[in-house]
Design a protein around this ligand. Structure first.
Ligand code: PAF
Length: 293
């Protein structure tokens, strides 16, 4: 199949490499102006792939968007006329809130949402390291998307494991809850994920989780407080040495995903008239840091 990877950062490059090694045609769409880019994943042979090629994009059967949430809408707006209306669009990023605007932008395309736990790190623009094997959950967000379950086999063959979710909102909310708990706290305190297992952070974590659970229940998402607390503790331990994406963004003075993580939670809480003042104060702190630059 013909795949376009829009935003080939660490995760996008990992998919580009895996799909190419599985025999698919890959084209990239990135901020870089070169018409070809090289990607080498781990010790595989380096791949040279077309970049910003309008014709290749137009011929793409699948457009896998691995841009960070804040850049999804602006990135896709510039590509509307170059993406075929039959192309399956897959959004894969931390956070929520892009599906509706993207769906309005591409009303005739099948639209899928994905969340992944694969770890990838790009030490240089050409190199990507697959630092942690994980899984990817995929599901539809419009009726055309519901006809695209077959894509799971294609993706699973390239970078296992990939599972189809008939209710992808559940999987996205589970990931959102993890990100609400870990990302702002690690960014504000400038610490790695493992530091959050210290006693000093337990009160804050519980406040975040309490509010998240209330909003998830209002959204009709199944969640149990103790199970979620356990899952978050498990992720903190399993990724103890890692710095969260938000910690890295803030440390490098890059726009963070706060509007699509805690910001999305706050928007849904407002809709249901739920008080999420603890998460609101974390949101304000991140915004204050961003505005101080
Ligand atoms: O955003 C991140 O960094 C990751 O989603 C997670 C799970 C918090 C681990 O660092």
């Amino acid at each position: 199949m013909n795949f376009a990877i829009v935003g080939p950062g660490a995760i996008g490059s990992l998919w580009a490499s895996s799909l190419s090694h599985a025999g698919h045609n890959i084209n990239l769409w990135s901020r870089q102006t070169d018409n070809q880019l090289t990607i080498q994943c781990d010790n595989h042979l380096p791949l040279t792939l077309p970049n910003n090629d309008h014709q290749a994009l137009k011929n793409s059967d699948v457009v896998l968007v691995t841009l960070k949430a804040p850049f999804v809408l602006s990135g896709l707006k510039s590509l509307v006329e170059h993406i075929h209306s039959d192309a399956i669009i897959v959004l894969m990023h931390n956070g929520m809130g892009t599906a509706e605007p993207v769906s309005s932008l591409f009303p005739n395309n099948p639209l899928l949402l994905a969340t992944t736990t694969h770890g990838a790190y790009r030490p240089t623009p050409q190199h990507v390291l697959h630092t942690g094997k994980g899984n990817t959950q995929l599901g539809a967000t419009n009726s055309l998307g519901h006809q695209c379950e077959f894509i799971v086999d294609v993706l699973n063959n390239a970078l296992p494991t990939v599972e189809w979710h008939s209710n992808i909102q559940q999987a996205l909310w589970n990931k959102l809850a993890i990100n609400c708990a870990i990302n702002p706290l690690t960014a504000i305190n400038n610490v790695n994920n493992g530091t959050l297992s210290q006693q000093a952070y337990q009160y804050d974590l519980q406040q975040i989780i309490n509010e998240v659970v209330e909003v998830m229940h209002a959204e009709a998402i199944a969640v149990e407080m103790q199970a979620l607390t356990k899952t978050i503790q498990h992720v903190i331990e399993a990724t103890a040495a890692n710095y969260s994406s938000m910690q890295q963004d803030i440390a490098h003075r890059r726009t963070s995903e706060i509007d699509f993580i805690t910001g999305y939670l706050i928007a849904r809480a407002k809709h249901h008239q739920i008080d999420v003042s603890f998460n609101q104060s974390l949101y304000n702190s991140i915004k204050q840091i961003e505005q101080s630059w």
